[in-house]
Design a binder for this molecule. Structure first.
Ligand code: NAG
Ligand code: NAG
Ligand code: ZN
Length: 413
C-alpha cells in the first residue's frame, strides 16, 4: 500500500509537469519583482523632450520599457531614475532633476490603473495587492542636490526615496567610481566631512543610500557611516566581471554584515566585461553574490533604458521571469527567489523607515557647506559673510578695479 502511495506521489509530482518557467510565473504572481533602476524617464526626455502627451506608454517601442512589457515581466515595483548627466553639475542640475521627478509623477497621473506613485514600503505592498506597478523615485547622483542639505530635504518631500551618492563624477563631497580608474583624481578619498552630514541627513529623512557608481573608498565609508542598510541599485559582482562599477568581494562581505542589498545590473559591460552577454551570465552574478553575501543581499537592478545593450535573453523588462526560471533551475529555493525579487528590498526599506522613526527627534542639520567648496561663476553667495560672488575674493579685486577704471577712462574719452 505504502509503495502504491509512494508511486502515486512520485507520478503526481513528476506529472504535475510544472516547468521552471511556469514556477517562475507562479512565484511572481504572488511576489512580483521590485527593480532597483530603470531609466525610462531619461528616454522620455531624450526622445520626446518630456512631452508625455505625445507618448503612448502602451505602444512605445523604442525603449526597453512599456506597459505591456512591464505586465509580462511581473514588475510590481520600480525605482525610476531621476537622472541628469554630470555635465549639469554646477549648472542646471537641480532644475533638470525636478523635471525628471515631474515626469515620473506625470506617468503615475496619466496611467493611474497601471502605476501608483509610492513613498513607503506599505505603499509598495498595497500596489502588489492592487496589481499595479509601485513607482518610486531614485535620484542618480549627488550633483542633483547641489551640495545643499535643504535641497536634499525638498527632494525627499517630492518623493525621492534613494539617492545614488554620485553618478560618474565627483561632487565636492564624495568620490565616484572613476577615481578607481585613471580617469579622475580622488577629491575626498571617499566621503568628506560634509558628505558625512549628507549621509546623516539621508538617515534622518528615511532616504536610502545608494552606492552604485561610487568609488570603493566611498562604499566603505558609507557602509561604516550609515545607520541604516544601504543598497547598490544597479551594480554587479567584481569577481565575475572586473569592471570598477561592480562590487568587490571585501565590500560584499560588509554588505552582508550590514544587511544591505546588491541589485544586479544587466548591462553587458558589467555582466561579461564584453559587448555581448547572456542571461546565464547574469545568473552567475546572482549565484556569486548569494555565495559571498547570502541570498538576503541579492536583488534585481536591470538598468533598462539606461544602457546601450543588454544580454541575450534579457532584451527588455518582459524577461524577468526567464531569469527567475534560470535561478530555479540552479536550485534556488522559492524563499530565496522571493527574497531576491522583492522581500530583500522591502526589508531594507523598512529598516530605513525604522531609522527615520528612531531619529525623529534629531535636530535638523542646517550648517551649509563652506562657500570655498562650491564657489564658481554660477553661484551667488547670499548668506555667506565675507566672500564675493563666484568666489572672486580679494585677489580678484585689483583686476575688477583696473577694468572699471579703464572703462571709466574710455567713457571719458
Ligand atoms: C513602433 O510603433 C510605431 C508607432 O506606433 C509603428 O508605426 C511601428 O510600426 C512600430 N514598430 C514596430 C517594430 O513594432
Ligand atoms: C540541483 O539539485 C539536483 C537534485 O539535488 C541536483 O541533481 C542538481 O545537480 C542540482 N543542480 C545544480 C545546478 O546545482
Ligand atoms: Zn547608472
Amino acid at each position: 500500500m505504502l509503495d502504491v502511495l509512494l508511486l502515486l506521489f512520485v507520478c503526481f509530482t513528476a506529472g504535475s509537469g510544472e516547468t521552471f518557467r511556469e514556477r517562475a510565473e507562479r512565484i511572481m504572481n504572488g511576489t512580483p519583482v521590485i527593480d532597483g533602476h530603470n531609466d525610462l524617464p531619461w528616454q522620455l526626455l531624450s526622445q520626446f523632450n518630456n512631452k508625455l502627451s505625445n507618448v503612448d506608454l502602451n505602444e512605445l517601442n523604442t525603449t526597453h520599457t512599456n506597459i505591456p512589457k512591464l505586465k509580462a515581466g511581473h514588475v510590481g515595483g520600480q525605482f525610476w531614475a531621476a537622472y541628469v548627466p554630470c555635465d549639469t553639475q554646477n549648472k542646471d542640475a537641480v532644475k533638470r532633476t525636478l523635471e525628471q521627478i515631474d515626469i515620473i509623477w506625470r506617468m503615475c497621473a496619466k496611467y493611474p490603473d497601471v502605476f501608483t506613485c509610492a513613498k513607503t514600503s506599505a505603499d509598495i505592498r498595497k500596489a502588489f495587492e492592487e496589481n499595479k506597478v509601485a513607482s518610486l523615485i531614485g535620484v542618480e547622483g549627488g550633483h542633483s542636490m547641489d551640495s545643499s542639505l535643504a535641497t536634499l530635504r525638498m527632494l525627499y518631500e517630492l518623493g525621492v526615496r534613494y539617492m545614488t551618492l554620485t553618478h560618474s563624477c565627483n561632487t565636492p563631497w564624495v568620490d565616484n567610481w572613476m577615481v578607481d580608474t585613471d580617469q579622475e583624481a580622488a577629491l575626498s578619498n571617499g566621503i568628506s566631512p560634509f558628505g558625512e552630514k549628507v549621509i546623516a541627513e539621508m538617515n534622518r529623512l528615511g532616504m536610502i543610500v545608494d552606492l552604485a557608481h561610487v568609488s570603493v573608498d566611498t562604499m566603505k565609508d558609507a557602509l561604516a557611516m550609515s545607520k541604516a542598510p544601504v543598497i547598490f541599485s544597479h551594480s554587479s559582482a567584481y569577481d565575475i566581471c572586473p569592471h570598477k562599477r561592480n562590487v568587490p568581494n571585501d565590500v560584499l562581505r560588509i554588505v552582508k554584515e550590514k544587511h544591505g542589498l546588491v541589485m544586479v545590473n544587466f548591462y553587458n559591460k558589467y555582466v561579461s566585461c564584453d559587448s555581448k552577454a547572456s542571461l546565464t551570465q547574469v545568473a552567475d552574478h546572482f549565484d556569486y553574490i548569494k555565495k559571498i553575501a547570502g541570498y538576503e543581499a541579492v536583488g534585481f537592478g536591470g538598468d533598462y533604458d539606461g544602457v546601450p545593450n543588454v544580454p541575450e535573453g534579457l532584451e527588455d523588462v518582459s524577461k524577468y521571469p526567464d531569469l527567475v526560471a534560470e535561478l530555479l533551475r540552479r536550485n534556488w529555493t522559492e524563499e530565496e527567489v522571493q527574497a531576491a525579487l522583492a522581500l530583500n528590498l522591502l526589508r531594507v526599506f523598512e529598516a530605513v523607515e525604522k531609522v527615520k522613526k528612531d531619529l525623529a527627534n534629531t535636530i535638523v542639520d542646517d550648517e551649509p557647506i563652506s562657500y570655498e567648496q562650491i564657489k564658481g561663476s554660477c553661484r551667488t553667495s547670499y548668506g555667506y559673510k565675507g566672500v564675493k560672488d563666484g568666489g572672486k575674493s580679494l585677489h580678484y579685486l585689483p583686476t575688477a578695479l583696473i577694468s572699471s577704471l579703464l572703462y571709466f577712462l574710455f567713457m571719458l574719452k
